[in-house]
Design a protein. Sequence first.
Length: 546
Amino acid sequence: MHRRHVPRRRFAGLTLALAAVAVAAVITIASGAAATTGHARSAASSQLIVAVPSDIQNLDPTLSSADTFTQELLTNVYSWLIDYKRVNIGGKQFGSPNQFVGGIAKSYSWNPSHTVVTFHLRPGLKFSNGDPLNAAAVKFTYDRIFGQNGVTAALTQMAAVKNKNSVTVVNPTTVQFHLAKANTLLFGNMAQFGHSILDPKVVQPHETKSDPYAHNWLSTHVGAASGPYNLQSWQPGNQWVLTANPNWYGPKPKIQTIIFKVIPNASSRLSLLQSGAVDIAYNLPLKDIKALQGNPSVQIVNQPSRFVVFLGMNAKDKPFNNVKVRQAISYVAPYKTILSQVLQGYGIQLTSPIPQGTPTHTAKYFVYDKNSVAKAKQLLAQAGYPKGFSTTLQVASGVDEGQETAIWVQQALKQIGITVQIQQMPGATFTSALQKHTLGFFFFNNWISINNDPFYHLYWLFDSACCNYTNYKNPAVVKMINSNLLSTNVARRTAAALAVQKQIMSDAPWVFLYQPNFVLAMRSNVHGYAYYSSDEFTRYAYMSKT
């Protein structure tokens, strides 16, 4: 939950013809009828067809698969206590990453010491099956979260809610969370699908001695929806269908049915979007996005993101254990070329370990854009490599941006005597080595911190045993992260965040490549899209189609 996995583009599977026929078979019924009656036209406008590159997987919200489309589904079928506030900026809707409102909670309040938060649930809440959505369901959910002891439990404990006894029921519509220490992390950690409220009457019958939390059943089922949609059907490898939940607390969705078609081939998704056979197409290559600009039938969502993309250099391995080597590589990386040729202009330079868009970010310590070959050669000589060296750059196969970036980096490093061999690794092999922290020099592009807090972000990437993939350790950095993670002193946190950025930029554990924009293509008659920078998941409940 602290990061979002970017699905790899896959090109095997359905051919263009088969994919087009499969989706057209769904579309023809609606569009043919739409020409006949006003009622049918209304029905067509209440249905959305979405082309996605891969299928959904494990649906248990607490231990969900780390793929975008599973997590987006969970975001649309479940609700939680607290949510991001929707704001209007320039006539467009956005999910604010730092402002929160009640979700199933109508209101909330803190005690004076900011160690107890009381949630007052909306009256009369029901799950999609009619069961009461009450404080007992909330308590059941959090007992299960702490019992499973997965990522959601870790994030909740990170915000000083230590265990299930820290969540108490006051009455059927009131729940309290007791914090061991006041901090600013709790809501940012809670406003996401891992905290989905589950129906105990549906889940408990599937609990067994060998599976006490009914994980196996929830992996393939939505127990009872508490969000705007319910999962009506799922044909693995083909499609899944969402239908509006009549018991959701929010406004009645204008889109009543959403059909997600699994179309692995990017060219097929592009053709289906251009023809109007689908309304939204995910993960189109950026060169195709650029070609769509100016097409009156298509609109492009293009928003800056907080994704960080970098070349990792393993500080435990020679020659990358030498800071001067890391700095030398950083001085000759072809940043501008990558932005223009790989991203096609859909992104900005990453200038700090804290991305632009996160509080306390500064670019003033990014000195490597000077692009100095002479400086890099001097640093290599000081490091004991006056003639350079040979190394391997590891990239997950199927990641187009990674392959293209690697080629440009390979050419740039030749200037200082570094010979780079590009190694394409199967996605599963790459991920396994990444998680074991055994990659040496590698392209990494799948991190966004859901909690838009600088020390939350710094903790996971530079201090945690989980995700400090480069094995970079600086005692001063670790001390500043740990002492400020749960601090509520804004001035001290800001000063420490600036000091951390300065130190990390000097130590150069990464080649700071870019922050890619979030880019999504949809038909021009689809309206109401809101960009949520914390997770980039589409909320369909507020959308409409004409």
